[in-house]
Ligand binder design. Sequence first.
Ligand code: FES
Ligand SMILES: [Fe+2]
Length: 392
Amino acid sequence: MHRPGHALGQDFYRREDVFEIEVNRIFLKSWILAGHQSQVPEVGDFFVFEIAGESIIIVRSDTSHINALLNVCRHRGSRVCLEEQGHTARFVCPYHAWNYDLNGALQAAPQIMDTLDTGKYPLRRVRLENFHGLLFINFDVRAEFGPIAADLGKVLAPYDLPRTRLAHRESYRICSNWKLAVENYCECYHCVPAHREFAVGHGRARPEPKVEALKQEVLSRAQSCGLSAELSNRGWNKAEAVGMDRYVDRYPLLKGHVSGSRDGKPVAPLLGSVKGFDGGATEFQVGPISYGLVYCDYVVLYRFTPVRVNETNCEVIWLVRESAVAGKDYDLQELIWMWDVTTRADKKIIEDNRRGVDSRFFEPGPFTPMEYYTQAFTEWYLGIMSQCEEGQ
Ligand code: FES
Ligand SMILES: [Fe+2]
């Protein structure tokens, strides 16, 4: 039995049948960040994105269009694409060589082309929204993206994310259920004890009332720096439908810090039309497992992908201005330092959390004020899980 205001019970993190319900009710209906358009700059460039046993090919089919295709052959179901990323003119299934074009249309099927109605066997499509260069997918063909774009578009526009490019990408395998990773991401109560490097320069690590005045100063500087101060919050239970959860918020950086770096100094050229460092950072969420943090000079994208009940892949993507050259305009090691060190620390505390939650003696304790957004997540989650079977 769940105690209001307390963490979730052990079963939610361990049971296979709970995980299956989550896949049906949450992940097959949610907007999920697959990557950034700069990962597929040329026609024929592709990468494969995996979640909860599903595999999706993200491929550029022409200069203005990117597809998301289910990586399941329409013949007898083999994975069609076995590479993680690459460039191709077509996808040829390795099993019996059925050929699909970059839009997923079946082009050739050895020995039966005369009799097969090829139009009936395209690779299945997954929804894809290219939002400011960020590629979001959704398995649900009816899912809406418009309200998300309306809420986040203005704040993101000055950073000109379509004209950024991937500087680095890293996958961190976390041996825990995906919810322990999301719960950790949604609170910064742990930031002072666990992230010394982050806490020294980021207002997010302090209780909000203590940095409210600083936040207002940052918001008042927004205009002169070419940034927007229009914030919104439709996270956990405030969205129109499951999987549309989002917010965009700004918080102050501390003590002369203007970016997320070792010494708080800039690490890359200013993004988009940003005119100067305003001493703040912009963070946003789209759907339950995709998050972003935008400094004036670089972007970090975060995604916590459930692999199986007790395994999660945390993928982090670093974006810089498209024209920035590694080694000249930025030093890659300095660029990634803050969020590599912080994510490694998160992986450790999440896995240590999992070990304790696995104990026969674990009993969920109370949330504190700085964990309000994690608490809201658990309430959202329990609401979904308590729906009747029909809702699946
Ligand atoms: S399963 Fe793909 S061609 Fe047979
Ligand atoms: Fe953390």
